[in-house]
Design a protein around this ligand. Structure first.
Ligand code: R5P
Length: 293
């Protein structure tokens, strides 16, 4: 008998969709994708979609626009069959484009809001979205769930020496606070400055005595070029901390970011399976399932 819920797996999130379908006791509908020479995606769904409820799972990591169009196509197809379509976008690409930082900049999150709604999504679920401001541009029900408890569970198993949680910037202060609270320790937030035109980052904090001889957990929502983590680690090492660990939800690790982060002195990078990869060892399917049930 067909389950009341179908989980439709996007190509970008196959493992997470499979795990989620098991947690929800839903039937899994896989997608087969052929990318034409010109870059177009040709998607074929393999399975029967529930009339009642579909949950599509597709992260929007590189190739960002391809994965976005695939997500929209899956939503649209699901809406032809199901009365309710929940779009789980574990990593929400474009979430950093939530404001007009410089005159003339387009708020792409506003565009995404229109696209998801137009395609037929009734609800959007994201994991540790860069900022809640992004979801305010959406005109449908949204929910952001956090992977912090899942990440903390992993870190509690490590033998850390008087651990301190550090945010590389003031924007991540609340995230560091929540992580530290769950972990049962203290936190600090550094001052980071990013040049809006070049994207280059600098750490503006002068001295932090709290870090001396302690193991640090640098907490961030995402790592892209690795610039923020590298600059923060170089600064913290100069302040005579012990080991530096990185906990992040979304590890994009573009180009040789991982190598550069390790070279800066990071002992371990731990991320979640919102983006598949070598460092993505923490599973968030349970956390997402709880938001759907
Ligand atoms: C910025 O505010 C974010 O929270 C991340 O710190 C940033 O997007 C990471 O990007 P990158 O790895 O390129 O520094």
């Amino acid at each position: 008998m067909l389950s009341k819920v179908s989980v439709i797996s996007g190509k970008a999130s196959e493992e997470l969709a499979r795990k989620l379908s098991r947690k929800l006791k839903a039937n899994l509908v896989k997608s087969e994708v052929r990318v034409f020479a010109d870059g177009e995606s040709k998607i074929t769904l393999k399975g029967t979609i529930s009339k009642r409820k579909s949950v599509i799972v597709q992260s929007i990591y590189p190739p960002v626009d391809t994965n976005l169009v695939q997500a929209l196509s899956l939503i649209s197809k699901a809406k032809e069959k199901s009365s309710e379509v929940i779009a789980v976008i574990p990593y929400m690409g474009y979430a950093r484009q939530d404001r007009e930082f410089l005159p003339g900049e387009i708020i792409t999150m506003r565009v995404l809001g229109k696209l998801f709604k137009g395609a037929g999504a009734s609800k959007i679920i994201a994991v540790d979205i860069h900022s809640m401001i992004g979801l305010k541009h959406f005109n449908i029900i949204t929910k952001n769930v956090t992977a912090i408890p899942d990440l903390v569970k992993y870190f509690k198993k490590l033998r850390l020496k008087s651990p301190l949680v550090v945010s590389p910037d003031q924007g991540g202060k609340d995230r560091a606070r929540d992580f530290a609270k769950e972990f049962g320790t203290e936190y600090i937030a550094l001052q980071k400055k990013r040049d809006r035109r070049t994207g280059k980052v600098q750490i503006k904090t002068k001295n932090v005595d709290e870090v001396v001889n302690r193991d640090l957990i640098l907490v961030d929502d995402m790592i892209s070029t690795g610039g923020s983590i590298i600059k923060a680690t170089q600064f913290l090492k100069k302040q005579k901390c012990k080991r530096v660990f990185v906990a992040c939800t979304h590890a994009l690790l573009m180009n040789d970011a991982e190598k550069k982060i390790r070279k800066a002195g990071v002992s371990r990078i731990v991320s979640t399976n919102t983006i598949p990869g070598k460092t993505s060892i923490v599973d968030v399917s349970n956390t997402i399932a709880k938001a759907i049930i």
